[in-house]
Write a protein that binds this ligand. Structure first.
Ligand code: PLP
Length: 431
């Protein structure tokens, strides 16, 4: 049994000085109950908390630690860069090199701009798409998360053509009116929105493999159908590859599925844990970005030399080691096979969605292909399972509506431990 009194005390203390005690909401464990663990260090597959407990980490900082924590190849690059100053606010050779590297890896990208987070990347990408098309509206999909930019905190409510309603106070009605939403994997709904807003849609943005409603895969023809529609209507197609870029393949989901968007947003993995994001796309669109063009976007710390050093090391490694993806595929496949055995033995309803090293287990007897179907999962059971796993030293994402991210540090032995711990935690959770 794992105890965490120091984490508990820190969480109490944090309530006084940090909203909700955390710097990003999901970390507060509210969806699963219990108190968050305060981490001190991590190496390879493990994280260690303030109480000295060790956890097998299956979130990996929500994706970026694809080579496991404190990977030497990334750490060494960072350590080497530090003595040369933490920031210049002026151009560097590394920025040129990393831009060239990203252009060489991501099929859709001819030019790329560095920013400091995924949120910045998506906010900037839609501003550029609006500037490029001269149109105001965007279409997003229910259950897709694109960071906390105002335009993305919207759900359209029932009826595909109704005006958006802000999900969060502080988002104006004006912003909501410009964001239309459709169910994921529903091309017909998108077509209806486009028809009802002829010549007004600047961009369609989506996670090409959705990871923010739990993992949901694109149905056969969905991405291609969006591509065709955008071509016909002059709409900028944006793939938000903040989670999938460089993870599902060296060229992201767009390479895996063979559909090339007009723009892509990235983050997390570039930087190997440092705060980095990026957006890029076709030359003719990216030429609209200042100072080349009229759409303003800037950042004091953008292209930060330490972050770029980490990013170069990470991306170069991924480009030169395609076996990473073979290993991740095999490890994740074995984890899922073990979970299928567990769930069958226990006679539980389940749907498992997986693409490469991202997967989610839904406790439902329905297939999960959009946000509505994801919501059929038994989230109370998930909460008990999550806490059972935490007690057994396995750190899962603290919400049903998140994916797991496997790193190359997960060995076959750890797969067995995960499967065994899951069996015990599930058995306890259903009692
Ligand atoms: N886009 C996607 C697909 C994401 O998953 C996230 C974050 O999880 C973001 C954008 C926002 O990135 P950030 O948290 O770095 O602002």
């Amino acid at each position: 049994m794992i105890h965490a009194p120091i984490s508990e005390e820190l969480f109490q203390r944090a309530q006084h000085s940090i909203p909700g005690g955390v710097n990003s909401p999901v970390r507060a464990f509210r969806a699963v109950g219990g108190n968050p663990r305060f981490m001190v260090s991590a190496k390879g597959p493990y994280m260690y908390d303030e109480d000295g407990n060790r956890y097998l980490d299956l979130i990996n900082s929500w994706g970026p630690m694809i080579l496991g924590h404190a990977a030497e190849v990334v750490n060494e690059a960072v350590i080497k860069a530090i003595p040369n100053s933490l920031s210049f606010g002026a151009p560097t050779r590394k920025e040129v090199e990393i831009a060239e590297l990203i252009v060489s890896m991501m099929p859709s990208i001819e030019k790329v701009r560095m920013v400091n987070s995924g949120t910045e990347a998506t906010m900037s990408a839609i501003r550029v798409a609006r500037g490029f098309t001269g149109r105001d509206k965007i279409i997003k999909f229910e259950g897709c998360y694109h960071g906390h930019g105002d335009s993305f905190l919207i759900s359209a409510g029932s009826g595909a053509i109704t005006l958006g309603v802000p999900d969060s106070p502080g988002v104006t009605k004006g912003t909501a009116n410009d964001t239309l939403t459709a169910p994921y994997n529903n091309l017909e709904a998108v077509q209806t929105l486009v028809d009802a807003n002829k010549g007004q849609i600047a961009a369609i943005i989506l996670e090409p493999v959705a990871g923010n409603m739990g993992l949901v895969t694109p149905a056969e023809g969905f991405l291609q159908g969006l591509r065709t529609l955008c071509d016909k209507e002059g709409i900028v197609l944006i793939f938000d590859e903040v989670m999938t870029g460089f993870r599902l393949s060296a060229g992201g989901a767009q390479q895996l599925y063979g559909v090339t968007p007009d723009m892509s947003t990235m983050g997390k993995i570039i930087g190997g844990g440092m705060p980095v994001g990026a957006y890029g796309g076709k030359k003719e669109i990216m030429e609209f970005v200042a100072p080349a063009g009229p759409v303003y976007q800037a950042g004091t710390l953008s292209g930060n030399p330490i972050a770029m050093a980490a990013g170069m090391a990470m991306l170069t490694y991924l480009k030169e080691h395609p076996e990473v993806y073979t290993q991740l595929e095999q490890t994740s496949g074995n984890m899922v096979a073990g979970m299928q055995r567990n769930l069958q033995k226990l006679g539980l309803n389940y749907t498992i969605n997986r693409v490469g090293s991202m997967f989610s287990i839904f406790f439902t007897d329905k297939p999960v292909y959009d946000f509505e179907s994801a919501k059929t999962s038994d989230t109370a059971l998930f909460g008990r399972y999550f806490n059972g796993m935490l007690q057994r030293g396995v750190y899962l994402a603290p919400s049903q509506y998140e994916a797991l991210f496997v790193s190359t540090a997960v060995t076959e032995e750890l797969v067995e431990q995960y499967v065994q711990a899951s069996f015990e935690a599930l058995q306890e959770a259903v009692q």
